[in-house]
Design a protein around this ligand. Structure first.
Ligand code: CA
Length: 229
């Protein structure tokens, strides 16, 4: 298996170093560029799956780099880092073609979740199909198809992502924050009922609300766990 290559364009050493380390720990092959022109030439000359682009870069700003990369390489995923929320609104408004935006300061686990989500979305649909099979549920990630005891079940996008995340970590307790960050890309939904509503819809669709078997277990005050037994 080849390693996923990530180009990190960030001139602030205090952000670039820990971020590059965290990305390496996740198994990515990371290249750091300190200026916009270096980032652009590397992005065009080499093969990266993801660009993490700081907005404020020396020589050429992140927006310009993003535009140029987009024009030449539409298949590369781009995650933009911006210093402030109002700056983020501005950048999103301009729509330079980034796939996602994260405001600084960011929490490392959130940035990693966004990175995984982006790379999942942009992953080519070749290679071995990703199929999860547990508790009578079969989830085919490539075909985006779910069967329960052999019967097709139709899930909405977030329900599918939620079930996939739970099944990928079957037997492990997942906190509400982890789930919200991974599936919604936003742990700040914590106080809302979004997650509980989706869990309840999902249970109904997979028949967890009727049978004696309950695969999605609530751990009060903490989160949820998928039990395969
Ligand atoms: Ca900067």
């Amino acid at each position: 298996m080849t390693t996923t290559r990530v180009l990190l364009a960030e001139d602030d050493e205090a952000i670039a170093s820990p971020l590059a380390r965290a990305l390496s720990r996740e198994g990515y092959d990371v290249t750091v560029a300190g200026t916009g022109t270096e980032a652009l030439s590397r992005a065009l000359d080499e093969e990266f799956a993801l660009l993490i682009l700081d907005l404020g870069l020396p020589e050429m700003d992140g927006l310009e780099v993003c535009r140029e990369v987009r024009a030449a390489r539409p298949d590369v995923a781009v995650l933009m880092l911006t210093a402030r929320t109002d700056e983020m609104d501005f950048v999103v408004g301009l729509d330079a073609g980034a796939d996602d935006y994260v405001g600084k300061p960011f929490r490392m686990f959130e940035l990693m979740a966004r990175t995984r989500a982006l790379l999942r979305r942009s992953a080519p649909a070749t290679g071995a199909a990703e199929v999860l099979d547990a508790g009578g549920i079969r989830l085919d990630a490539t075909a985006r198809r779910v069967t329960v005891e052999g019967e097709d079940v139709s899930l909405a996008n977030k329900e599918f992502e939620l079930l996939k995340f739970l099944m990928e970590h079957a037997g492990r307790l997942l906190s509400r924050e982890e789930i919200l960050t991974e599936v919604w890309g936003d742990s700040d939904l914590r106080g809302s009922k979004t997650l509980d509503m989706h869990i309840s819809w999902l249970r109904r669709k997979i028949g967890d609300d009727t049978g004696q078997q309950r695969r999605i277990v609530t751990v009060r005050g903490v989160g949820f766990r998928f039990d395969a037994e």
